[in-house]
Design a protein around this ligand. Structure first.
Ligand code: AHR
Length: 319
């Protein structure tokens, strides 16, 4: 056996030993709810990853309520789970329960959203740069409209959530140097398709039946899909009369892009659990502390990026 083969074998043995040590661990997962296709995919992938790695997953659906998440975390602590995954619905109000988890020596990993608590209250956070996502969306729109006057309507995510706050900031950063671009209406659609449609209907009504709207920026694809329906019902062509840019890259937005009814989306991977479990395994083995923020990629997709192919590739992935 060569030295290289020996080293490769040793590395493989170390990896499988790590996985074996983590097998049977119990993980509590406090999920926000099922407001979007993206979140459904994150739940599916977390369940799959847990099963593949031999963990017992205790899943709790908070139905969009922070008090349900806090109660779930307290119950995980009482059960003595080995780790907690938390996708926090809003950014504030977590200090006490995170302190309780820390006192019980249970590592907490944040998924996809941030909290405003001290970062020594959790092991790590897995997610994207949410401000950057907004900047990518805003830059795409600025490039697409050029010098043309453009009145934008914005569908915000859940009030008080870090993606709603940061995606708004990022988009505003990107358009700030462009005097021809202005956000004329902005309201929450709570990240849901139904509220995206409802709020867009009110925007259309208030803006001359939509004639005065040049573009829609939605903080997620589900709200954009609802809004596209509202635009069609108002007798306008989404993607043409009103440009549509959003965030997530779920299959349905690729379908809309393939049909010419949406223009661009910024990808947020639903696989937050993979990096979270890798970090936990390293921590369990020898106390390795991960980076406080494990950043995922934010890729822009437009109508020229084979949206029909992207739809086919993603449609069976749990969205
Ligand atoms: O926190 C991530 C956001 O939450 C996703 O963009 C959205 O679809 C979800 O509900």
């Amino acid at each position: 056996m060569t030295i290289k083969t020996l080293m490769t074998t040793a590395a493989a043995l170390a990896i499988s030993a790590t996985a074996a040590m983590a097998e049977g661990e119990t993980i509590g997962f406090s999920q926000i709810g099922s407001e979007s296709g993206w979140r459904a995919a994150e739940t599916t992938l977390t369940r799959n990853q847990a099963e593949e790695r031999g963990y017992q997953l205790q899943f709790s659906d908070a139905q969009q309520k922070q008090e349900n998440q806090i109660a779930a975390i307290r119950s995980f602590i009482a059960q003595g789970v080995d780790a907690i995954l938390l996708a926090p619905v809003v950014a504030t109000g977590w200090d006490s329960v995170l302190e309780e988890a820390k006192e019980a020596e249970i590592p907490v990993v944040l998924l996809d959203r941030q909290v405003d608590s001290s970062d020594d209250l959790y092991l790590t956070a897995v997610g994207s740069n949410l401000v950057h996502e907004g900047e990518v969306a805003g830059q795409w729109l600025a490039d697409a409209v050029g010098d043309k006057e453009c009145r934008i309507v914005e569908l915000q995510g859940t009030t008080g959530s870090s993606p709603a706050i940061d995606r708004k900031t990022g988009f505003e950063n990107a358009i700030s140097g462009h005097d021809n671009l202005s956000i004329v209406r902005s309201q929450t659609g709570d990240f849901t398709r139904a509220q995206g449609k409802e709020v867009m209907e009110s925007f259309l009504q208030a803006e001359n039946g939509g004639q005065d709207i040049c573009a829609l920026y939605a903080h997620n694809d589900d709200m954009a899909v609802g809004a596209i329906q509202a635009i069609k019902e108002a007798g306008l062509a989404p993607g043409k009369d009103i440009l549509v840019v959003s965030i997530d890259a779920v299959p349905d937005i690729f379908k809309a892009m393939a049909d010419g009814e949406a223009n661009a989306t910024v990808e947020l991977t639903p696989n937050m659990a993979g990096p979270a479990f890798d970090a936990l395994e390293a921590y369990w083995v020898d106390g390795t502390m991960p980076e406080k923020f494990i950043q995922t990629e934010s890729k822009l997709y437009t109508q020229s990026d084979d949206p029909a192919g992207e739809y086919e590739a993603r449609k069976g992935l749990g969205y």
